[in-house]
Design a protein around this ligand. Structure first.
Ligand code: G6P
Ligand code: MG
Length: 214
């Protein structure tokens, strides 16, 4: 049976996948870079600089390292400004219940977000203390879809990957979970997340007891 749940953050526990999108879109509009929700799908779960590279590639624009740094920082400024308004009310429905169900079953809880803003966001959401371990994205060498961040969390929790369930809204994230040798629950569109072992419309549909047999 599973011994740990390892959650992604943006788009799984709260709607910040959209907040990231709006911050990128604001920067892209200012720079005249074509960018839409469809391109954004490729950005989900992907780290900050790689996200910018995808936007630039799609727009056919080449920039210097300094220019890229400036655009990535500008986007992050917009994002940080937006999450300053986040409160526990912004948790997706069902998150508190899922975390309680998991705790009651004695499961370890980990967080595997590629975001450098994850710790601050968890604080704003009031759930930082619920996790046994929160990965520091800055210390993970290979980004999702590489398994590194999920393996880092499993090791810190002291649970074998085969006994972990990863929960992700991004195709790159589901790929990372599977490549780490874990079971994957996809949150969102079953076609986009076809690699997941099970797919749910949202976190509210996650019944921990149904997935974790006693
Ligand atoms: C998560 C999100 C991505 C975001 C990345 C980096 O993986 O799904 O959309 O680009 O984190 O976030 P950061 O806050 O470090 O820019
Ligand atoms: Mg996500």
């Amino acid at each position: 049976p599973a011994q740990a749940l390892i959650f992604d953050l943006d788009g799984v526990l709260t709607d910040t996948a959209q907040t990231h999108y709006r911050a990128w879109k604001r920067m892209a509009d200012e720079e005249g870079l074509p960018f839409d929700q469809q391109v954004n799908e490729q950005l989900k779960g992907v780290d900050r600089m790689s996200s910018l590279e995808i936007i630039l590639r799609h727009a056919g624009r080449t920039l210097s390292a300094e220019q890229k740094q400036a655009l990535a920082e500008r986007k992050n400024g917009y994002y940080v400004e937006a999450i300053a308004e986040v409160t526990p009310k912004d948790l997706f429905p069902g998150v508190a219940r899922v975390l309680e169900q998991a705790r009651a079953r004695g499961l370890k809880l980990g967080l595997a977000s590629a975001s450098r803003n994850a710790a601050a966001l968890l604080d704003r959401l009031g759930i930082a203390g619920r996790f046994d371990y929160i990965a520091d994205a800055a210390r993970i060498s290979r980004a999702k879809p590489a398994p590194d961040i999920f393996l880092d969390v499993a090791a810190a929790l002291g649970v074998a990957p085969a006994r972990c369930i990863g929960i992700e809204d991004a195709a790159a994230g589901v790929a990372a979970i599977k490549s780490a040798g874990m079971a994957a629950i996809g949150i969102g569109d079953a076609t986009t997340l076809a690699q997941a072992d099970a797919c749910l419309a949202d976190i509210a549909a996650f019944d921990v007891d149904a997935f974790v047999s006693p």
